[in-house]
Design a protein around this ligand. Sequence first.
Ligand SMILES: [Fe+2]
Length: 120
Amino acid sequence: MKLFKCSKCGTLIDMLEENCKVMCCGEPMTELVANTTDAAKEKHVPFVQIEDDTVYVRVGEVPHPMDEDHYINFIVAEYSDSVVKYMFKPGETPEAVFDYEKGMVIYEYCNKHGLWKKEL
Ligand SMILES: [Fe+2]
């Protein structure tokens, strides 16, 4: 999965494969690279527990704020052939439950601190 952000209006677009140059507000969108923001890893890297064939995810190992101006927008599970996304609003709890697949990747996006991921 690739995530692009418009530097002017903040619009986010996620794509399974990049096969064209994505434009917004008249300029190319910027691809976000996970785990590169200088912020508390324990509040952003998805915290994962695997039980049998189920993956329990929360953000993060130390709970992330869910304030009006600083919150987790989504948690995504990327499988070999599909993507499952949970969306969140301020005040909600950023937790998700997925089926387990070896090699899957869990992403989360913080509106202030960007994209984070954990490979399973
Ligand atoms: Fe954050």
